[in-house]
Design a protein around this ligand. Structure first.
Ligand code: NI
Ligand code: MN
Length: 235
């Protein structure tokens, strides 16, 4: 399949929920490098201008603190998680569900996600606010990163209001939607393209993305794009 979108954006997948969007700024989402078996990229190899963190779990917060301290980049997260990050000498800005922030010409909207959030600190699990997803509006392209989430009916509202061209949806099951529920999510969101994520990183979330593809193809018009970790997609 050839996707002729021409937004002048590059989308890179580092495996799991970690994506980089290169446009006027490099935006890194859920930068999980160390301990991510799907990538050899290290936290010192990336140069983001801004990092978006969907929630505090280690496989999403990942190497945020190290990268932000080295590069001085801005981190955007839900209010409570941003507060924690500032305590770690990171330049973090908080927002909350339904809110919008502009970073240069990129609009970032925080969406709901049906999940929990906490931060591991000194052997304790600290409350880190709500788990979230993000809509990014870049060069006229609308990209929905769902974060970790179960299926919820307001995905239809997200589809209606933000009309995502690309949806990045978890399909790994156990902690998030599995392929079956993720296919139901696609039918609610109706993006042009869906890219499955958050699967087969670990034994407990092994899934066949072709399973997901078959279910989507039989239920709606959305194209399924299965990326390999490290792939660079020109949009
Ligand atoms: Ni999580
Ligand atoms: Mn996760």
């Amino acid at each position: 399949m050839f996707y002729y979108l021409m937004y002048g954006i590059q989308l890179i997948w580092y495996g799991h929920a970690c994506f980089e969007i290169r446009a006027s700024l490099n935006v890194l989402i859920d930068p999980f490098f160390r301990g991510n078996p799907k990538t050899n990229v290290l936290p010192e190899d990336v140069e983001p201008h801004v990092i978006l963190v969907t929630h505090g779990h280690y496989d999403h917060l990942g190497d945020t603190i190290e990268i932000a301290q080295r590069t001085g980049c801005k981190v955007i997260a839900v209010h409570e998680l941003a507060h924690y990050l500032r305590s770690q000498n990171v330049m973090a800005e908080g927002m909350n569900i339904g809110g919008r922030m502009k970073v240069n010409d990129i609009s970032v909207i925080m969406t709901d996600a049906n999940h929990s959030s906490s931060v591991s600190h000194a052997g304790l699990s600290l409350y880190a606010g709500r788990a979230a997803g993000f809509i990014l509006q870049v060069n006229g392209c609308s990209i929905y990163h769902a974060g970790d989430t179960g299926l919820f009916s307001d995905m239809q509202l997200i589809g209606d209001v933000y009309r995502p061209d690309i949806a990045l949806l978890p399909i790994g099951g156990r902690y998030t939607m599995d392929p079956e529920d993720a296919a139901r999510a696609v039918a609610l969101i109706r993006p042009k393209i869906v890219i499955p994520m958050h699967y087969s990183t670990f034994d407990v979330i092994v899934q066949d993305p072709l399973d997901f593809m078959k279910k989507v193809v039989s239920s709606c018009e959305t194209n399924v794009l299965i990326m390999n970790a490290g792939d660079v997609l020109d949009l």
